[in-house]
Design a protein around this ligand. Structure first.
Ligand code: KG4
Ligand code: ZN
Length: 340
């Protein structure tokens, strides 16, 4: 089965052609247009600019993916598209285009929850993953841990109380004038660091409920930067900046993985999935590999190009989800909830 997967929930516009085979999903072609240059000067995504740029990119990414795969549109068996959550103007561009294309060509059409897409990305890494899994979905908008009984199922266990982990990277990079998005640059500099500036201790919650919080980490970074004269403008080659990036990497990885051993034991999980943009992080990947080995969990972390938002992950999830009987009344939904 040939699936065209489309993703435009935030600032990435992407289309991918994926062949669903007995051995799992196989990527045949992917096109992705980034908008980092557009949002960089603002230090974060500007929704109106993102939507306008998507309008320009929509046709290009679909055409590029089909051309690279050498697949005419009429050979596509289903079109899968992100329905939400996300920025509504961004979502609507590929969502509306996909409906029109599916209708014109009589192709089955599948709306996909963005987080089921991030989950589906892990099928490219380990298609025969044993379930039950713990799924840590961690990006610029999400830091959520789910229990999953299969590739189309997510049941929330815990989430951040405030910021997503990706924000800690983006905001720290901004405070250090390192550019946007922050995660990749912080990660690169962390790898260059000769030493770490030390890890920050995780917040404790009065109500005792399991969760994460990353807003305090942002403040801790701000205070640390302010306490060292000249650090803010020191730039990427300064060893102190690199050491701080390494400590951010180590801190976020440690915080994210801290609850896993106890929850894996409680739930009887057999595997651990980590996906979303922050799953690109080298230190998180390193610590997760060591932890999974220690706990005897099968680990599925997609390659970085499948971790950040992309059309292939939507195709992978869309291959397993039911096609809509009548696409017409189904709309993009900025706050789309998961059906648990
Ligand atoms: O999944 P994604 O592309 O978009 C959202 O749905 O948010 O994730 C983007 C986030 C950004 O916050 C970015 O800084 C972060 O993922 N990110 C990273 C790395 N690469 C991207 N964070 C840490 N380390 C990385 N290597
Ligand atoms: Zn995402």
């Amino acid at each position: 089965m040939w699936v065209l997967g489309l993703e435009s929930s935030c600032d990435d516009c992407s289309a991918a052609v994926v062949e669903e085979t007995a051995a799992g999903p196989m990527l045949r072609a992917m096109a992705k247009q980034s908008q980092d240059h557009l949002h960089g000067p603002y230090g974060g995504v500007v929704p109106e600019l993102a939507a306008r740029e998507h309008l320009i990119q929509v046709r290009n990414v679909i055409r590029e993916a089909l051309e690279k795969a050498q697949l005419p549109l009429e050979k596509v068996d289903r079109i899968a598209v992100t329905q939400g959550p996300g920025l509504v103007g961004s979502l609507l561009t590929l969502f509306s285009a996909s409906k029109a294309l599916a209708w014109r060509e009589g192709i089955a059409w599948v709306p996909v929850h963005h987080l089921l897409g991030h989950l589906g990305a892990a099928r490219f890494a380990v298609p025969d993953l044993p379930f039950r899994a713990l799924a840590l979905l961690v990006s610029g908008g999400h830091t959520h841990l789910y229990r999953s009984e299969g590739w189309t199922h997510l049941e929330l266990i815990q989430k951040t109380r405030d910021d997503a982990a990706g924000e800690a990277f983006d905001k720290t990079a901004r405070m250090l004038n390192l550019g946007y998005p922050g995660g990749p640059v912080v990660d690169t500099l962390a790898k260059k660091a000769a030493s770490s500036a030390g890890t920050f201790s995780a917040p404790k919650f009065r109500d005792g409920k399991a969760s994460w919080s990353f807003s305090g980490l942002k403040t801790a970074m701000k205070l640390r930067i302010a306490s060292e004269p000249g650090l803010e403008a020191a730039g990427p080659d300064d060893p102190r900046v690199q050491a701080l990036c390494r400590s951010l990497n180590e801190t976020v990885a440690a915080w994210l993985l801290k609850p896993i051993p106890a929850i894996a034991q409680e739930t009887g999980a057999r595997s651990l999935i980590i996906s979303g943009g922050v799953a690109c992080n080298s230190e998180l990947r390193r610590q997760a590999a060591a932890l999974a080995e220690r706990l005897g969990l099968r680990l599925a972390i997609p390659e970085p190009r499948f971790c950040t938002d992309n059309g292939a992950m939507i195709a992978s999830a869309g291959a397993l989800l039911p096609a809509a009987q009548d696409p017409w009344p189904i709309n993009a939904d900025a706050d789309l909830k998961l059906q648990e």
